[in-house]
Design a protein around this ligand. Sequence first.
Ligand SMILES: Cc1ncc(COP(=O)(O)O)c(C=O)c1O
Length: 391
Amino acid sequence: MKPNTTQTYKAIFPASLKKKLSQRQEEGTLRILKLNDSQLIDFSSNDYLGFSKNQFISEFALDKINEYSSELHGATGSRLLAGNYDMIEDFEFYLEQYYNTEAATVFNSGYDANLGLISAIAQRQDLILYDELSHASIRDGIALGKAKAYKFQHNDLIDLEQKLAKFKDQFETTYVITEHVFSMDGDSANVDTLVRLCDKYGVFLILDEAHSVGTISKKGCIDFDGKLFARIITFGKSFGSHGAAVLGSEELKQYLINFAKSFIYTTAPSVETTARNWAAHLYLESNSKEFEALRLNIKYFQEQIKTHNLSEFFIESLSAIQSCVIGGNEKVKSISRQLQQEGFDVRPILSPTVPKGKERLRFCLHSFNSEKEIKMLLTSLATYLIQNEND
Ligand SMILES: Cc1ncc(COP(=O)(O)O)c(C=O)c1O
């Protein structure tokens, strides 16, 4: 909360930027920060398993810090300078076993991981084919890189194959980038078929697992044959913390350490963050209670969609993200406001975050939501949707 001051402070700000803000205001798309209201029932956070509040994880994390008897709190520098410490190396070794991969490289966030990985690998003579609904961090990584890039239609492997065939032998290296579970739609890529397709054309697959680990399965997709070039796992969603790792070969790790700018030119994660991320993994590895509760809630939510005849609004999804496409920023904002007044933390997802006409309510399900809450939520949603159609 900002303190009240008697003195007014007037900071300078360019007119050109002011104009952009005014435009957003006029279009009703101005983003503002709101404090999280902990009184509301959480249908919006990425804390799918409730790990951000899990006391066992807090205790495990403290144990880890004590085990390493570290005096460090901050990492004190980049991993390549003073910021490499034994706990972070041991955590990476743990991640390699947990995700059955040759090498894991920790980044400060999923955004940093995608940005660093993709911009570093994308050379001038290369091609990137990426799903049109890929996350901003993937698109920004592509924009920073030097490769030629084309979108393929969302989850459309026929379109992808046509593009792979069209560009065959025209580029030195081709990468296909997609998400396992899509952050805005909640639907999933068909990873098995994708792996086969990439194998057939001899191209490299990168899979963002931000929303799949801990929701679809405890480890995301299982890459037993080492067919994936890279997987990106994040610690800010199911693990309730912060950070990410790129999984892949030992050579990929060496490459990232040498060329990924968001790894090189930044301070490494703090000891506390690493301890928490490790503790959250250890907890998930040995406990299935939260994961199973989440799976049951996803199933129940889908049953309730059918009971309330809401299927036409929802994008089919087996994940913790269930999107109800309504269309129109004002409509979506109005229904989310009504749901919030009833005590549900439900956020509108507006254009330009999603394309115009695809504005939606994005429900994030959790292990700790109750069936009663889900039923009440969908009953109210059905009422407001009908009201809205009649308005
Ligand atoms: C698919 C996807 N990838 C990457 C990220 C970025 O992860 P982080 O929040 O750790 O920066 C997100 C975050 O929303 C995401 O949805």
